[in-house]
Design a protein around this ligand. Sequence first.
Ligand code: NI
Length: 139
Amino acid sequence: MEELVRFGVSITPLLLEKFDQLIKDKGYPSRSEALRDLIRDHLVEQEWETGDTEVVGTVTLIYDHHSSNLLQLLNDIQHDYHDLIISTLHVHLDHHRCMEVLVLKGSAIAARQIASRLISMKGVKHGKLTITSTGKGLG
Ligand code: NI
């Protein structure tokens, strides 16, 4: 059997409660097995996203617009990728939270770069990059 390595994870009680509920719903025997599956899923996703072909996609961000400097920083990053972003949608979800959807068209590498930069920012509660094909070559 392959050697296993243990590591600690810091997480809010609410997020852990939701994770445990997910584990229960999906029937995982343990948190470790569920986490291993999540990691494998991300690795596979990354594998098929490699390559610099032209793609279209979206980045969806949920953030608190009261976080200091966040709006300015998000805006600065988007201007760095003005050639890539072909449309944006902003929805004020409630008093604090905003949802922003960026529509991208360009290289998969650039799409992943901007998504990583935006999603990793402090104050961004959740973010997701969805890459799809432009349809060229699919018949
Ligand atoms: Ni808003």
